[in-house]
Design a protein around this ligand. Structure first.
Ligand code: ZN
Ligand code: ZN
Ligand code: FE
Length: 735
């Protein structure tokens, strides 16, 4: 008999790992102890060599659902006497760098109990155990203990307490547990009737209202959703009108995977994502087009997700219809997390399904997409944050990265960990900037983090840059936007040495003061060289050009034809009045409020306008989605372009595209040309790994073509290709 010290690293805290070790030791009749440490889980065990082998084997093969082992280290130590196996409590100071699990969907066992008439938690909307439920959204600080979460307001009843303290119970140290007697409660508040109902009646009342076409504000995990019956087009129209959201697609929650299959064509990979414990919204090819006209007008994609809390399950099972479920927020504002902030939306909802478990940290739903079996994270939030991303090496200094200005996320980096905040949103309102600052404070508080350096975007007017500069006496580190896009992908794939990065994006400030966005960069972690880019064109009206594709197209037409462009018979010209055209020509000629840009995203807009698909967008990315619809796989043709001295000139493409009379042909050839451009430029550097990122690579058609052409390409997967991925790139720069 020897004494062994076993160190286990990975996702092993707050996931029922210690009780699992305890039970395994019991099974083999072994004595010793287990505890959480800052490194992971430590086990001290008395065992013979063969017993140790069996014990470790059991640990590896029968892990609790949320646990993941990265590494096991075993060493023999001086003999210690034990007469039982114990779970030892940990000192708080040791846990600051331990990693916090995210909010996870309800597990199979809890689901079974939820619908079991004989279970004491029958129909209890907050049933949970060590293997499932809320974590990040309720935590105030580490260590992850009930007193440090918003569950501290609920005193456990005798029965719950017994489960909580029994190492053999599935609810041993499950911080959010409760029951009908002691846990959070639910309440339906109907606005028109000043009525309040509680418990099971609240859920039934909510279902009745949904059937009648009402709009509900439903408090979930990381915030409120606005929900309505997704089969009731009038209800959806009402929601669109009240939320002032005319066309942007809504996500739909379906009862189960079978119901999901009624709405969309679902691949094996997509089914895995839909049913995964993270339960993200998955962007799918819709199979019910008529239906889609209300949910996602003019596009054949639909974002579906499955119920992830007991409350959602209770509603969906009984309602037996899909529901539209969209984040409750005003446009440009963060998701509402308490009843007070929800008041701003009082003209939108008819009733509130409220509960009294406080949301400490707001968190939106995550959005993912599978393209040719690769998973792309479009929005990293619930279920995925704050899981750390392992960096290829240790950072020299504790780094706060403040991200960009759209789809903001922030990151903290320490050692070889980067922790990304959930999706925060666009920093276009006072409310969103406040929420953004709160997210930084949250990460600092949870991890006891102090930055030694702050990485930020080059753009001086980004709210994120202003926040970075508001920290006094911390060193600042500016990082170019598109370089940061590529760095993020390098970091998550642990690429070392030089890479060839393609950044196709909206706009970001370049080192020369122009608005970049169609960039070819050779990079390593220390810096980049810009080897090619699209020829600059003028963004007529600056910011306004982002909302109005016709302005970008007009600018390109002026490039090609000068003032004569005004007489062309093309949709772009018809989208303006004669007065506007004259004024814009002068602005173009004199460069008035017309910054230079090389943005690939804006080229999508230009094409959408030139062929008459879209002149003014109502939401970001609309042009790209519309063009996807028109793509024809059978079309192999391309348009002309010139590439000289690192400049890609697309005037030939514009001249050819306005002569095309078939929209689908025009769009397909445009996509093919973009791939041809990448092929042409990469050819000279093909000894380097190819990396692509930037918001334009959220386009499914472009991604498919790219992966077909370059099967080994490195794409963002854990981080979004859009500006949500910038913070990770900023974190690692300069190391
Ligand atoms: Zn559970
Ligand atoms: Zn209880
Ligand atoms: Fe960007």
């Amino acid at each position: 008999m020897q004494t062994y010290k076993i160190l286990i690293k990975g996702t092993v805290q707050g996931v029922g790992f210690r009780p699992f070790v305890y039970q395994t030791a019991q099974k083999f009749g072994l004595f010793g102890e287990v505890l959480n440490s800052s490194l992971g889980v430590e086990i001290v065990l008395n065992a013979a060599k063969e017993e140790l082998g069996l014990f470790l084997n059991e640990l590896k093969t029968n892990l609790p659902p949320l646990a993941k082992i990265d590494l096991i280290e075993v060493k023999e130590i001086e003999f210690r006497e034990f007469n039982s196996f114990k779970i030892v409590q940990t000192k708080e100071s040791e846990l600051k760098t331990a990693l916090l699990p995210p909010d996870i969907s309800i597990c199979k066992e809890c689901e079974k109990e939820l619908f079991d008439k004989n279970n004491r938690r029958y129909l209890y909307p907050f049933i949970t155990c060590t293997n499932c439920g809320v974590r990040y959204s309720i935590i105030e600080k580490l260590p992850y203990d009930r007193v440090n979460t918003s569950m501290r307001f609920f005193k456990m009843c005798k029965k719950c307490e017994a489960e909580y303290n029994n190492p053999l119970d599935r609810r041993y140290h499950a911080q959010p547990i409760g029951c009908w007697e002691c846990g959070p409660t639910i309440e339906l508040r109907i606005k028109s009737e000043e009525l309040r109902v509680e418990g099971v009646d609240a859920v039934d009342g909510a279902i009745r209202l949904l059937r009648e076409g009402a709009i509900l504000a439903l408090k979930g995990v990381g915030g409120y959703h606005l929900v309505c019956d997704a089969t009731n087009f009038e209800a959806i129209a009402k929601l669109r009108e009240r939320k002032k959201r005319p066309t942007k697609p809504f996500a739909v929650m379906v009862k189960d995977i079978e119901m999901a299959k009624e709405f969309a064509n679902i691949s094996k990979k997509e089914e895995e994502l839909l049913t995964s414990k993270e339960r993200p919204i998955v962007i799918l090819n819709s199979s019910l087009l008529t239906h889609n006209s209300a949910i996602a007008p003019n596009i054949s994609k639909i974002g579906l997700f499955l119920p992830y809390t007991p409350l959602h399950l209770l509603i969906l099972k009984k309602l037996n219809r899909p529901i539209v479920a969209t984040s409750a927020n005003l446009s440009d504002e963060p998701i509402c997390t308490d009843i007070k902030s929800l008041q701003k939306l009082k003209n939108v909802y008819d009733a509130i399904l409220e509960h009294n478990r406080k949301i400490v940290n707001g968190c939106d739903d995550s959005v993912v997409m599978a393209v040719k079996d690769r998973v792309l994270m479009m929005r990293r939030a619930r279920g995925y944050t704050p899981v750390s991303i392992k960096l290829p090496f240790k950072l020299k200094q504790n780094t706060l990265a403040v991200g960009a200005n759209q789809k903001s996320t922030v990151a903290i980096g320490f050692g070889n960990n980067a922790i990304l905040s959930p999706h925060i949103g666009d920093l276009d309102s006072i409310g969103s900037v406040e929420y953004y600052k709160k997210n930084i404070e949250t990460l600092f508080r949870i991890y006891g983090f102090k930055p030694e350096v702050i990485a930020h975007d080059l753009h001086p007017n980004y709210e994120s840059t202003k926040v970075a500069k508001s920290f006094s006496s911390v060193k600042l580190k500016p990082v170019q936007h598109h370089f940061a896009h590529i760095l993020g992908v390098m970091a998550e794939h642990k690429l070392n040495g030089k890479v060839f990065g393609v950044a196709f994006d909206g706009t970001g400030l370049g080192s020369d003061g122009n608005l970049w966005g169609g960039e070819f960069l050779i990079c390593d972690y220390k810096g980049f060289e810009r080897v090619a880019h699209f020829e600059y064109f003028k963004l007529l009206g600056g910011e306004k050009a982002i909302k109005e594709p016709r302005r970008v197209a007009l600018s390109l037409l002026f490039e090609c034809f000068g003032k004569e462009a005004i007489n062309l018979n093309v949709p772009t010209i018809k989208a303006f009045s004669q007065t506007e055209l004259n004024a814009l020509y002068i602005a173009w000629q004199k460069g008035l409020n017309a910054p230079f840009s090389s943005s690939a995203g804006r080229l999508f807009d230009a094409v959408a306008s030139l062929i008459g698909v879209n002149q003014i967008v109502s939401y970001e990315g609309e042009s790209g989605l519309m063009l996807e619809e028109l793509y024809d796989k059978g079309e192999k043709g391309t348009y002309s372009f010139e590439f000289k001295n690192g400049i890609i000139n697309i005037r030939p493409l514009v001249l050819e595209i306005i002569k095309e009379d078939n929209k689908s042909k025009a769009v397909s050839k445009f996509f093919n040309t973009l791939i041809e451009i990448i092929v042409t430029i990469y050819k000279k550097h093909s000894n380097l790994p190819l990396v692509a990122s930037g918001g334009v690579f959220q386009n499914r058609v472009l991604l498919e073509l790219l992966i077909e052409r370059f099967p080994n390409i490195y794409l963002p997967s854990q981080i979004p290709p859009n500006d949500g991925g910038i913070a990770l790139g900023q974190t690692i720069f300069g190391n």
